[in-house]
Design a protein around this ligand. Structure first.
Ligand code: ZN
Length: 191
């Protein structure tokens, strides 16, 4: 069942592996689908906190979600919020810089994630950042959206674009899956 795209895809970058076990995040957090079967696309999102003084980085949470659950989750969010979010990303993302990083390091996706794709700030200067990418089986998929990194400043701006219902919906997701209270949920914007 190997098609051209899967043969050519890059392996899962280390940064997107389970941060404790270093194994792939193999199951959908919502429906427990076995993602290693390779029959569904899936997204991995991770949120990191950086302690600048200590020069150390901690993973706040990480998850994989299959395309079906992802669509369902997005479908539950308000249209207005999603439209605002897309418009913000389309107008603010520095696509040129992103393209350049990809061209410079075609085989090393972690280097594509060195700067906030919106504000252009280097990872070292951020106190918090969120990363995401799309996968199929054990391969990175870049055709829909390349892996991205968004820093705390842009995350805050994006969070302000969300309607009350959308924030509540995201809060519910975080609470159900990670037991994360709403006041910390602002650390993640579902993209
Ligand atoms: Zn699922």
């Amino acid at each position: 069942m190997e098609d051209q795209e899967e043969k050519e895809g890059l392996p899962i970058p280390d940064i997107f592996l389970n941060s404790d076990t270093k194994a792939p995040l193999s199951h959908c957090i919502q429906c427990d689908h076995d993602l290693m079967q390779g029959d569904r696309f899936y997204m991995i999102e991770k949120v990191f906190k950086r302690y600048l003084q200590l020069d150390s980085t901690q993973v706040l949470f990480e998850y994989a979600v299959c395309s079906e659950c992802y669509e369902r989750m997005r479908g539950a969010l308000s249209k207005e919020s999603m439209t605002n979010l897309s418009a913000y990303m389309m107008t603010n993302t520095d696509f040129q810089a992103m393209q350049l990083r990809m061209q410079e390091h075609p085989e090393d996706p972690e280097k594509w994630l060195s700067h906030c794709m919106i504000k252009g700030m280097p990872k070292e200067d951020l106190t918090e950042f969120q990363m995401g990418a799309c996968f199929k089986g054990d391969k990175l998929v870049t055709s829909f959206m390349p892996p991205f990194m968004i820093g705390n400043v842009a995350m805050e701006e994006m969070n302000e674009l969300l309607s009350k219902e959308t924030k509540d919906e995201m809060d519910g997701f975080m609470d159900d899956n990670f037991g994360i209270p709403p006041e910390l949920r602002k650390d993640l914007v579902l993209i």
